[in-house]
Design a protein around this ligand. Structure first.
Ligand code: GLY
Length: 369
């Protein structure tokens, strides 16, 4: 498990204890209907507000590693799933569905996922398939969950062939983000959420960095809403949310294959992918040097590393990127440009390879500074 550290520089402890502002109540329209959201410190105390009156039975699902005590003002049953990313697999989903059947859940029952992306992705997947679909709501306990994983209705488990290959689109009926839960977040998990916040900084001309934490989470959710609305199944515009993810996923994939996935989080890999994508965009004449430097400043401003994990080689990363779902013909990347972010196709493999070599050379030079 990652170490717990002090709060990152972009977070103030007042953000987490509710002194700054009361719980926000609003709605996100991501799948045609409005999803009510509670965001703020101690939002958990208002969870009952989000539970639909027609839910006949309620099961809360969490991982044993998730800290904290969760007092409830309504009747429900807790089901624990195993800790870690390893829990995100079909056999655990099947086991959970089996438990629901044994508990006698019917179509009017609801699930509450309490956790990070592993829990919300898995519970959403089970909700979408149990009895051909029941309702669920997400209680995100990590920054990454609050700004990305728990929003937008992508559900999945992993297969041996890759992450998130077995899943559905199934929107939660509500979302709760209690900032007090973040007080115990491990450092690596903070960095994971920060990488996604850095990404959102390039999806808007209104700066996100520098805002209070609740405001940054709110802004990220609104941005995600604007990209998912009208493209729930990622036929077009939603793919822009994958900015920085092509190299990011390759780094995660290679690390996973080496059994080293605990050494880098999703957001840390995305942050490196953002700077790399900016370098590709510059080589294609889409942006200038100053814009590339801005990418670095934003990533570093969130306290994120630009260096690739030690020992990663160009060839294995290029091989991984070659298999990216967005590709046809040459390589496809979400790239910055004069009209903002766009999905660009048919990029030469040689350009990707030489940009990566340049990145790795800069990395070595930085290491010697
Ligand atoms: N995480 C990107 C998306 O939900 O589309």
């Amino acid at each position: 498990m990652s170490e717990r550290g002090s709060l990152p520089s972009f977070v103030n402890s007042a953000d987490l204890d509710g002194e700054r502002e009361p719980v926000r109540r609003y709605g996100l329209v991501v799948g045609g209907t409005e999803t009510p959201v509670l965001l703020g410190a101690h939002a958990w105390d208002s969870l009952a507000e989000l539970i639909p009156a027609h839910w006949s039975r309620i099961v809360l699902v969490t991982q044993s590693a998730i800290p904290g005590t969760f007092a409830l003002s309504f009747e429900a049953t807790w089901v624990l799933i195993p800790a870690g990313e390893e829990a995100k697999k079909a056999s655990v989903a099947e086991g959970l569905a089996q438990s629901l059947a044994e508990l006698g859940l019917d179509r009017r029952s609801g699930l509450i996922a309490v956790g990070g992306g592993v829990v919300t992705d898995l519970v959403g997947f089970v909700a979408s398939t149990y009895m051909r679909g029941i309702e669920y709501l997400n209680v995100a306990t990590t920054l990454l969950g609050m700004v990305d994983a728990a929003v937008g209705g992508k559900t999945a488990v992993n297969l041996a062939g890759g992450k998130n290959l077995y899943g559905t689109f199934w929107q939660p009926t509500a979302l709760l983000c209690d900032l007090a839960f973040l007080a115990t977040l491990p450092s690596r998990e903070w960095r994971s959420g920060a990488g996604e916040l850095a990404k959102y900084s390039f999806l808007t001309s209104d700066p996100i960095a520098g805002l209070g934490l609740a405001q940054q989470i709110y802004a990220a959710q609104r941005l995600k809403e604007s990209y998912v609305a009208g493209d729930e199944r990622e036929a077009g515009r939603r793919s822009i949310l994958n900015y920085g993810h092509t190299l990011g996923h390759a780094i995660e994939g290679v690390m996973l294959a080496r059994g080293l996935h605990a050494d880098i989080s999703h957001g840390e890999a995305v942050a490196i992918g953002l700077v790399f994508a900016a370098m590709v965009a510059q080589r294609l004449g889409r942006i200038d040097e100053e814009r590339v430097l801005l990418h670095r400043r934003v990533v570093e401003g969130y306290g994120l590393e630009l260096s690739l994990p030690a020992g990663l080689r160009t060839e294995e990363l290029v091989d991984f990127m070659r298999r990216d779902k967005k590709n046809y013909g040459g390589f496809s990347f979400v790239l910055d440009g004069p009209h903002g972010l766009e999905l660009v196709h048919d990029i030469d493999e040689s350009l990707i390879r030489s940009t990566l070599e340049e990145y790795l050379r800069m990395d070595v030079k930085r290491g010697k500074d």
